[in-house]
Design a protein around this ligand. Structure first.
Ligand SMILES: C[C@H](O)[C@H](O)[C@H]1CNC2=NC(N)=NC(=O)C2=N1
Length: 101
């Protein structure tokens, strides 16, 4: 089943409990900062595992000590859906243990 697009208001409402997450250019986004490059790489690997589990994949960008995600739902014509929020929730639930902020 294809996920339904969320309204901008509903998407923002559901992101509100997730610190640092927002909608930019029609995608759910966040940038994490980490203490070292290797810590950032480890977070990328963990996010990749979550994305495979959910079968939902962000544009995931590794910097020296930063990790950025941007995601919308291609199967819904690029709209923000509950799948994007679910990915944000899962990533947020593990990021702290990596020392990401
Ligand atoms: C065939 C496969 O299930 C789909 O292409 C999945 C994979 N990952 C995906 N990721 C994202 N962000 N949007 C999708 O619609 C999507 N669809």
């Amino acid at each position: 089943m294809v996920a339904e697009p969320l309204s901008r208001d509903e998407a923002e409402e559901r992101l509100r409990p997730l610190s640092g997450w927002s909608i930019q250019d029609g995608r759910v986004t966040r940038t994490y900062r980490l203490g070292t490059h290797v810590a950032a790489v480890a977070l990328v690997v963990h996010i990749a595992q979550i994305q495979e589990e959910l079968n939902h994949h962000s544009e995931l960008t590794l910097g020296y000590s930063t990790v950025s995600l941007a995601v919308s739902t291609h199967d819904a014509g690029g709209a923000v859906t509950g799948l994007d929020i679910a990915l944000a929730e899962r990533v947020e639930s593990v990021a702290g243990a990596h020392g990401a902020h």
